[in-house]
Design a protein around this ligand. Structure first.
Ligand code: ZN
Length: 556
């Protein structure tokens, strides 16, 4: 006590629907604390830190009215209002903060400026704040704290206002994304203290814009979803058999021909280099790095339609309606390697990401077996077979990008053989759990490679919840499956030194159109985001399910 005046609040306990609740009757303040109904706290909330609840108020400046309100209007104070859940949530003084009715002040450290520009207005309900040079007198403070880890942040909401601490742009982005969720419908905030940081360093979402073209506005909305769920990478699958979507100046036919090789209404189009630069900046402002994927040597029919000479036989190209053909990029011709390096030069100029994804999945070896150039490469490099030829090609590409300071991500398929030594800058993405279970994970571990876990069960959100088109029952899963049975999540726990990240993928096979994306994403993406981010004690599924917002809280 500092000013000699204090009061203990009344408490009663009651059973509601079989659950013990403790009611704490809260004062009604005048001034900048608005009327709130009593606080109700389920006693079963084990992670809730009761020890920190301080029922003694020491600075009473206004009169106190003990109030009773309807049970249905009670407000539950708990960390569970934030998804993904935060690492530490505590309540000292109980109350709510409302912006005072006077000109408001904001202090922003320069490192927080980008995050403030993009996210603060929404997080504080459109309030207008005037910049202040002094954090001590501001109502909202974005303060640099060197003690915060790279992506960590803190939030303290008290009668003084809202104080956010972080040491990086991403830390401030995540703090403001959390603050958006803490805002009550009446623009108030419950007093609380949050300390939060991620479980995994690589948290990624993938969209397949190769099979289906997506409008830029759709891409930006997906990036907003990533940011809101605290994912730091957006893996943009830009090339497929059904479409080449990234403009490459040195190979204009890739887009003039390759972006319109399929027949669907939403399979036409490509992204100009200006549009891509705009998307990359939009994402970076929101704490998201865009990782491009150029799939080599398979899933390559659209590129071959534009430049048939990149194939082994230089013959006519069939565009698959779905699935694959045996037409892949030739691994033996000098012109193929020239193509690869020139495309990667432009891709690296467009995307500053430390990671470049080069696919490598599901590449048929049928054409390579009868190609003199491919066979010549096998002999020259003392390779055993066509699988080793693909591994050798992958190593060449990784070596090329190593000189540019990039790490290359490949799908697990390149490790179908082990006969070629690999450079260090390769990550392996483990995906085929349905068919291979942990084969990809184990192969990566044998090769000593970091793993991005995106097991198709239960990270592929294109797998619907009920059978649809080519998705039979064994390729469906529910929110509960994703939350409880995700092999990627389990591997991240069991092999933390190997599994550095998780990714959730939204492929657009069978012409999944834009208006169908949300029903694939929600609500299951919340479960995967929780697994990627949350370090707190894992909630029971029923409790987790209650966290899922009824609406989508993503910025438009
Ligand atoms: Zn060839």
């Amino acid at each position: 006590m500092t000013d000699g005046f204090s009061v203990s609040f009344a408490k009663i306990q009651k059973k509601v629907n079989g659950i013990d609740f403790e009611y704490i009757f809260e004062e009604v303040w005048t001034g900048n604390i608005v009327n709130k109904p009593p606080v109700i706290i389920p006693l079963s909330e084990s992670f809730f830190n009761f020890a920190k609840i301080n029922f003694i108020h020491t600075k009473m400046k206004h009169f106190i009215v003990i109030t009773f309100a309807l049970l249905t209007a009670f407000v539950s104070i708990s960390a569970q209002h934030v998804i993904p859940t935060v690492e530490s949530f505590s309540v000292g003084e109980i109350g709510v903060y409302a912006f005072p009715n006077r000109p408001l002040k904001l202090y922003t450290h320069r490192i927080a400026q980008r995050a403030e520009n993009v996210l603060l207005t929404d997080a504080i309900g459109g309030k207008v704040l005037k910049k202040s040079m002094k954090p001590t007198t501001a109502d909202v403070v974005l303060l640099y704290d060197a003690n915060c880890e790279t992506e960590a942040y803190g939030i303290k909401i008290s009668r003084k206002g809202i104080k956010i601490t972080a040491s990086t742009h991403n830390g401030f982005v995540y703090a403001l994304q959390t603050l958006r969720q803490l805002r009550n419908a009446d623009d108030t905030y419950n007093f609380c203290t949050i300390v939060d940081r991620p479980r995994l360093k690589y948290r990624s979402f993938m969209i397949d814009s190769g099979r289906q073209y997506h409008k830029i506005s759709t891409i930006k909305r997906l990036i907003n979803i990533c940011s809101a769920l605290k994912m730091n990478y957006f893996h943009w699958h830009l090339t497929e058999g059904q479409g080449w979507r990234v403009e490459i100046k040195q190979y204009p036919r890739l887009t003039s021909v390759g972006s319109s090789v399929a027949n669907g209404a939403e399979q036409q189009g490509f992204y100009s280099q200006d549009e891509i630069r705009d998307v990359v900046k939009f994402a970076a402002d929101r704490g998201v790095t865009v990782i491009p994927e150029i799939d080599i040597p398979g899933h390559f029919e659209a590129a071959l339609k534009a430049y048939p000479q990149l194939g082994c036989q230089n013959d006519s190209v069939t565009i698959p309606e779905s699935g694959l053909t045996d037409q892949v990029m030739c691994a033996g011709k000098a012109s193929s390697w020239k193509f690869v390096t020139e495309v990667l030069d432009e891709v690296c100029n467009l995307f500053p990401s430390p990671y470049i994804h080069l696919g490598g999945d599901e590449a048929s070896k049928k054409r390579w077996k009868i190609c003199p150039d491919c066979q010549q490469k096998i002999v020259e490099n003392h390779l055993a077979d066509e699988n080793e030829l693909q591994l050798w090609l992958s190593a060449q590409m990784a070596n090329y990008l190593m000189k540019k300071g990039r790490t290359v991500v490949f799908w697990e398929d390149i490790l179908h053989t082990e006969g070629v030594s690999l450079p260090d800058n390769i990550y392996i993405q483990w995906w085929n759990y349905l068919r291979g279970k942990e084969t990809g994970l184990k192969a990566a571990m044998r090769a000593g490679r970091p793993v991005i876990a995106s097991t198709n069960l239960h990270c592929y959100l294109n797998f619907p919840e009920t059978p649809w088109k080519g998705y039979a029952k064994n390729r469906t899963f529910s929110l509960q499956d994703a939350y409880l049975n995700n092999a990627a999540d389990k591997a991240a726990a069991d092999f933390p030194d190997t599994v550095v990240g998780m990714e959730t993928c939204l492929w657009t096979d069978y012409n999944l159109i834009e208006e169908q994306l949300d029903e694939r994403l929600f609500p299951r993406i919340y479960a995967i985001a929780e697994q990627m981010w949350s370090r707190g004690k894992r909630l029971e599924f029923n409790d987790f399910q209650k966290l899922i917002p009824s609406g989508i809280f993503i910025l438009k």
